[in-house]
Design a protein around this ligand. Structure first.
Ligand code: SF4
Ligand code: SF4
Length: 67
């Protein structure tokens, strides 16, 4: 079981992580950070494999993966 923690203050809502996750574990939420960007949310740990691709692709280092 793996888990992704979003550092919301760093997220710029670019959706790169959403597009690269083959397991559809991430989505843009309706919550925005102080900069006004809607932040990504992790949908749960059942499907996540901990592959870390989302974290590697995030240009703002906003995702931490725990496996
Ligand atoms: S790739 Fe990073 S900055 Fe872009 S939406 Fe995902 S967490 Fe936010
Ligand atoms: S670690 Fe892999 S499976 Fe989990 S959310 Fe990121 S890209 Fe998707």
């Amino acid at each position: 079981m793996a888990k992704v923690v979003v550092i919301e203050s760093r997220c710029k809502s670019c959706e790169i992580c959403v597009s690269v996750c083959a397991r559809s574990c991430l989505r843009i939420s309706e919550k925005h950070n102080q900069a006004g960007y809607f932040v990504v949310e992790f949908l749960g740990d059942d499907k996540c494999t901990g592959c870390a691709l989302c974290g590697e692709m995030c240009p703002d280092l906003a995702l931490q993966i725990y496996k």
